[in-house]
Design a protein around this ligand. Structure first.
Ligand code: ATP
Length: 642
């Protein structure tokens, strides 16, 4: 299909070998991708575009493909470098007005009608009569201007940003203004998940480099495409940076990519995550007959600590953000915890707040009081201790494909306990219900959230980056009370309060995030669990995020809040149970046509370590719903039998 759609993605005339990639070709691809909901078609279109980029780039040019990929996922650097877009609505309206001569009021009125500033910009441009055809935009030109906008700071930066955006918009033709504005807003909204980009990259590389000129059978081609996509996904999960993967792909090809792209200290991995379980019995069912281990589930912040051969240390968050500025104390403590033979490593750990005098563990809230930047060691009130639970790289060698028991042994041999600064996650290998129950109670008494239960031996215990794996189970104290797992949801709307609460929002509309469709699906209205003080805090944070209409990537269903918000803030929420709903859109079509909603949702805390894209996804919600139905039917049968 990709080969047959190349002509649609191409631009007429002006794109010869060695030319800069025309931005028009990219935006044409975007508009075709946006027009279909079929994942395979989206992949094929993107493959066609990447294929053209590869075929028309000069031999040593990997930048064309790199920048094209970045624009497809709307990023300008690897996550850990953190060059981010997310320009506010008012600044963009100003630039659209300046470049098209339309008044601010007209643009705002259009926005209210359309709900998509990209569309408004495109229509404004296309209704404008121009005497001269502007010089066509190219991918490197757009990319470098977007970077300049993202990097400009300081007091005159607003004016500078408006001026660059105005200049870019003035040169836009056809669909270009729509996607430039959406890029600037921070979301392309074409349903282009990163997984699609990886598969399309692999397919384009196979078609361009391996298949070119050869007469492969359909079967051979399809198996090479499948194999290529799986190589690409596994390489990227070990080394999630296009800056290294793309040049290696172009130079060495897919078949040798694994040899050239391996886990590298300094490049953070997306961490392995766990599946929830509701009862100890469920853990035993899942891990039946196999060796597993239980560890304390510490209530802190995930910290992936890297040390390079030169001794430099980085600390990354769960989202691969650089946390050195937040945890200078961790960086300073680290050298005391390693042995002489430890030269380079990647450590998976939890940073936990501890009481300075008693050494007792303190809850996550204590850590979240810390500033995110410019923390000075001498000003630190809350001490942090690192609890290490995994070692994924040591002295030049990735350990992903060693069993957990081997990794754990290496961890203990190469690091040492420093009271109040570094310790190994407390573990117990007891495997009966009574032993697990006792260890769980002990963990809660010690200030933890519960237990993590992990496979210990064989390939089932390998470290799986970026996976929510069945080989790691979490057993929280809350589940045992029958409440179920908490969800991390995005606040997308607000309802004005009544009575005493009229000057704040009294309730909120929450949504989950579907990473494949790139959309926020509404799930419930929440009005419980808030103190007056907290409502005031939420008002202060959310009021600046108010927008006139639900953004195009919010799927509201029948929800009608008084105001809508930019989807940015994530809350952890607990609910009594889940139910099918004709109003909300979460997980629609996964279990049934109707969506799924939360009954009696209760606010637990703000999750400022998660971005909106890390919110709970529809698959997790449908899984939870199905488990609940299963549990109810089991429970039902039992009581009948009784
Ligand atoms: P949660 O709200 O449960 O923290 P999450 O989505 O952040 O959800 P989960 O996979 O559900 O992540 O739970 C794993 C998290 O628990 C890890 O990200 C880590 O921060 C924390 N954790 C604490 N102790 C451990 C441990 N011993 N092993 C693994 N993770 C641990």
């Amino acid at each position: 299909e990709a080969l047959s759609r190349v002509a649609e993605v191409d631009v007429k005339g002006g794109w010869k070998i060695g030319d800069s990639v025309p931005y028009a070709a990219l935006t044409k691809t975007f508009s075709l991708i946006e027009a279909t909901t079929k994942r395979l078609e989206k992949t094929a279109l993107l493959t066609s575009f990447f294929l053209l980029v590869i075929q028309r780039s000069k031999k040593d040019d990997s930048n064309s493909l790199l920048q094209s990929v970045y624009l497809c996922i709307n990023r300008l650097s690897p996550d850990y470098v953190g060059v981010e877009l997310g320009i506010g609505e008012s600044l963009l309206i100003k630039a659209i007005s300046e470049s098209t001569g339309r008044s601010l009021a007209t643009i705002k009125a259009d926005l209210k009608k359309e709900g998509d500033l990209g569309l408004v910009a495109m229509n404004s441009k296309n209704s404008q009569k121009t005497l001269f055809k502007p010089k066509p935009l190219t991918v490197p030109f757009v990319f470098s201007n977007l970077r300049e906008i993202a990097l400009s700071s300081g007091h005159s930066s607003q004016a500078k940003k408006v001026s660059i955006i105005t200049k870019l918009l003035a040169a836009c033709q056809d669909f270009e203004a729509k996607y430039i504005v959406r890029s600037l807003e921070g979301k392309l909204r074409i349903g282009n998940a990163e997984r699609t980009v990886l598969v399309a990259l692999a397919h384009a590389a196979v078609l361009a480099k391996e298949h070119a000129g050869k007469r492969w059978s359909k079967e051979k081609l399809s198996s090479r495409l499948e194999e290529g996509a799986s190589i690409m996904k596994s390489v990227y999960s070990e080394l999630p940076t296009y800056e290294l993967v793309i040049p290696a792909l172009l130079t060495h090809g897919l078949s040798r990519l694994r040899t050239h792209c391996k886990l590298t200290p300094g490049v953070p991995l997306k961490p392995m995550l766990a599946k929830p379980t509701k009862a100890i019995g469920e853990v035993l069912d899942r891990f039946e007959g196999r060796q597993f281990t239980c560890e304390y589930k510490y209530d802190g912040e995930r910290a992936q600590v890297h040390m390079l051969e030169d001794g430099s240390v980085s600390v990354f968050s769960r989202n691969s953000e650089d946390m050195k500025a937040k945890y200078p104390d961790l960086v300073e403590q680290l050298p005391r915890c390693i042995m002489e033979k430890t030269k380079s490593f990647v450590l998976d750990a939890e940073a936990v707040a501890i009481d300075k005098t008693s050494g007792k563990l303190m809850p996550f809230q204590e850590l979240s009081k810390r500033k995110r930047k410019d923390v000075k060691v001498e000003d630190i009130q809350v001490k942090v201790c690192l609890f290490a639970f995994d070692l994924i790289y040591l002295n030049g060698e990735p350990l992903l494909q060693k069993s957990l028991s081997e990794r754990r042994e290496l961890l203990r041999e190469h690091f040492q306990i420093v009271p109040g600064e570094f310790d190994f996650a407390k573990a117990s290998d007891g495997s009966t219900t009574d032993e697990i129950q006792a260890f769980l109670e002990e963990s809660v008494k010690d200030g933890c959230e519960g237990l993590m239960v992990k496979m210990l031996e064989s390939d089932a215990s390998y470290y799986e980056p970026s996976r929510r794996s069945v080989n790691w189970l979490k057993l929280k104290k809350d589940y045992l009370a029958g409440v179920g797992d908490s969800l991390d949801l995005v606040v997308v709307g607000g309802y004005y309060g009544k009575g005493k609460r009229t000057k704040v929002y009294g309730a909120f509309l929450l949504a989950c995030f579907d990473a494949d469709a790139e959309e926020y699906q509404t799930i419930c209205k929440i009005g419980t669990g808030f103190s007056e003080e907290m409502l005031q805090t939420h008002w202060d944070t959310l009021r600046p995020l108010e927008i006139t209409k639900p953004r195009g990537d919010i799927k509201p269903g029948g929800a009608k809040p008084d105001v809508w918000f930019e989807p940015k803030i994530v809350w952890e929420v607990l609910a009594a149970d889940l139910s099918l709903s004709p109003v909300y859109t979460a997980a629609q079509g996964l279990v049934e046509e109707r969506g799924i909603s939360l009954r009696f949702p209760r606010f637990i805390r703000i999750r400022d370590d998660k971005s909106a894209d890390d919110a709970t996804g529809p698959e997790q919600i449908s899984e939870m719903y199905e488990r609940q139905v299963l549990a109810q039917s089991k429970g039902g049968k039992k009581s009948k039998g009784d």
